[in-house]
Design a protein around this ligand. Sequence first.
Ligand SMILES: [Zn+2]
Length: 99
Amino acid sequence: MGIRAVPRAAPAVEAKATCASCGRPLALLKAPTCLYCGARNPHAEPESGKQAIPPALLLALEPKLRPQMSSQAKWWRRMLIFSISSTIVSALVGTCVKH
Ligand SMILES: [Zn+2]
């Protein structure tokens, strides 16, 4: 059951685009020409490929990176606050000791 539930490696990825002249699967959809026979790749549309990644998706991917950054920033801020407060405390203590 468990093994059957595991999906096989998607074979549809290779079958997505095949060369019109040689019929081989196009490894690179963005490549303007076939890697095997050099025929023009009808599926190759670099500009549309760029548009395939909408800004909404990029925004959706960003929050994954933000928590790490924010936590790191928090830690840096804590360190900064701690160092500043420690220096202030030490300065105050120093003045107190001097007096
Ligand atoms: Zn080809």
